[in-house]
Design a protein around this ligand. Structure first.
Ligand code: NDP
Length: 318
């Protein structure tokens, strides 16, 4: 356990999704010591989904938590140290860089791999805060259990929303999918699953504007075709609202040193994990506004490790 500063030959990996674990595996196999700061969601976003069907090597799919447990174990097998902490602040003004953990521990290293992923976005309604944990969630697999045989709504029209709606339909009596556009953005197979599910009703061109309920969510205020001549507002009785409207990259603690785009994604040089800071590499969803798939995150973790190894060599640190 680190109670003092990290030794100079440990690469610090922030985040424990596919990017972070893969980076640790590659570093370990090259004889480099890696310390993973696991973060608030060990295993990353995948642990909030069910079965992963598109990670190569698993023809029948694999349980998402099992996949992440396997990656974690593989990282441990190659000597990674895993800290069950979150990084709360950094000082990247000079190398060696400083990372402060939630228990006050301060780690330093000349080499960081930022793999902090992204977090679910909310609509920004005050009611989301009011009912958080009382009917508002951004994780169907975490909270769906509480809505067995109830009526719920999922907001969003992408793969996540379709996946969450399909998952919830296995538990709930009925699922409304609230989609702001007149079409879904999800991949064709995901869309088909939703269309084929008799428990899911899609409310196209609709937005949630608020929630109501005494001791928890009892319904949502909906506006249909807002701003159009036939705009209609009504109340939709539901017990739970699930947000599936995308994610925000977890890059805040690296500001103002690290360069990001206007959405907060860390800017890397082309397809490399190289950031604007020497020895700081970014991998996975925190630097990927486009593809955001586990397999891409794992691949970028590999690239980050390879760059880190080269960088360590240039410092003559073995
Ligand atoms: P996306 O960005 O793909 O979709 C977000 C959805 O939310 C869109 O329908 C968007 O509407 C809607 N939305 C965004 N903001 C609002 C708002 N304020 N109010 C109402 N609706 C809103 O995010 P996902 O999380 O679905 O997917 C991200 C990536 O992860 C994608 O690349 C996806 O393919 C991938 N993914 C893959 C999975 C798999 O393969 N198993 C599972 C889950 C995700 P609009 O279309 O109008 O912008």
């Amino acid at each position: 356990m680190f109670n003092a500063q990290c030794s100079m030959n440990n690469v610090l990996i922030l985040g424990s999704g596919p990017a972070g674990y893969t980076a640790a595996i590659y570093l370990g196999r090259s004889g480099q010591k890696a310390t993973i700061i696991e973060g608030l969601q060990p295993g990353g976003q995948l642990t909030t989904t069910t079965v992963v069907e598109n990670f190569p090597g698993f023809p029948d799919g694999i349980d998402a938590n099992e996949l992440m447990d396997n990656m974690r174990q593989q990282a441990l097998n190659y000597g990674a140290e895993i800290l069950p902490n979150s990084a709360v602040s950094t000082d990247l003004s000079r190398s060696p860089y400083t990372v402060t953990l939630d228990d006050g521990t301060v780690l330093t290293s000349p080499v960081l791999i930022i793999a902090t992923g992204a977090s679910a976005k909310y609509l920004g309604l005050s009611d989301e805060e009011k009912y958080r944990g009382m009917g508002v969630s951004a994780c169907a697999t975490c909270d769906g259990f509480f809505y067995r045989r109830k009526v719920v709504a999922v907001v969003g029209g992408g793969d996540t929303a379709c996946e969450e709606a399909t998952y919830l339909a296995g538990l709930a009596e009925k699922v409304y999918l609230v989609v702001r556009k007149p079409f879904l953005r999800a991949t064709q197979s995901m869309q088909q699953r939703v269309f084929d599910n008799p428990k899911i009703e899609i409310l196209f061109e609709s937005n949630v504007t608020g929630l109501y309920g005494t001791d928890g969510v009892e319904g949502a205020h909906i506006v249909h075709r807002k701003g159009e001549a036939d705009e209609r507002t009504y109340d939709l009785p539901i017990s739970g609202l699930f947000l599936a409207i995308g994610h925000k990259p977890n890059s805040d603690i690296f500001l103002p040193w690290i360069e990001t785009d206007e959405q907060g994604y860390i800017v890397t040089r082309g397809a490399t994990p190289v950031t604007n800071l020497p020895g700081v590499f970014a991998a996975g969803d925190v630097a990927d506004p486009l593809y955001r798939q586990a397999i891409n995150a794992a691949a970028s973790g590999c690239r980050a490790a390879m760059e880190a190894i080269n960088f360590m060599k240039s410092l003559n640190v073995d």
